[in-house]
Write a protein that binds this ligand. Sequence first.
Ligand code: AMP
Length: 220
Amino acid sequence: MNLLILGAPGAGKGTAATAICQQLGIPHISTGDILRSAIKNQTELGRQAKALIDDGNFVPDELIIGVVRARLKEPDAQHGFMLDGFPRTLFQAQQFTQDLKQEGTSIDHALMLEMTDAAIVERLAGRRVNATTGKVYHLQNNPPKVDGICDDDGSSLIQRSDDEPKTILHRLSVYHQETEPVVEFYEKLGLLARFDGSSKPEIVVTKILALIEASSRQSV
Ligand code: AMP
C-alpha cells in the first residue's frame, strides 16, 4: 500500500499518518521530520534547510526529491509507505510519479485532510511538541497533564519555530499557491480521497482505514 497524506500545515497529517501506519505496518515518512532531525544533527542537509524552514519557506524541489528517493530505497519501504509532507509542489508530484513509474509502481491513494484557514491558524498557534519524539499536544484541545511537560517522557514541550503566528500565515499562503495544484493533480488521476481534518483524529483514522480496506477488497 503506497499512500500519501495531503493537507495544509496543521490539518492533522502527522497524527493520522502515525495511527494508520501502525495499523498497516508501513513506515510513516514525514519529510518535515527528516529535515528537523537533520537540523538537530547539524548535517549538511540540515544546514541547507534551517533558514528556509524557520521562515516558512519550502526547501528546493531537487533537494527534497533526493531525500525521498534515498528514504524509499531503505528496506522498510519496499512493501508500502505513507508519505507525509511530500509532494508539496506540482514539480515534486510530477517527478515522483515518474520515479514510481520507473520502479513499476504507483500511488494507491492520496488522502486529503481538509480544514478552513481559520481552524488551521487556531490549531497551529496552540500546537506544542516534544522535540525528541515529535508527540503533538494542543494548549486547549489536547493539553499535557502538567503544563509544558510531555506526559510520556517528562521532556519540555516546545513551540515549533515555524508555528509562530506570522510564519503560520506565510505557510498557509505558500500552501495555497504551491500545494493546492498537487491536490488537483491527484484528483485528476482519480486517486484523491477527501476527509474532514477538523474531526477528531480517531474518526479521521477510522474513515481512512475503511476506505483502504474497501479498496483492498475490491482489488482482490
Ligand atoms: P512539515 O513538518 O511537513 O510542516 O514541514 C516543515 C517544513 O519542512 C516545511 O514548512 C518546509 O519548509 C519543509 N518541507 C517539508 N517537506 C517539504 C517538501 N516536500 N518540499 C519542500 N519543503 C518541505
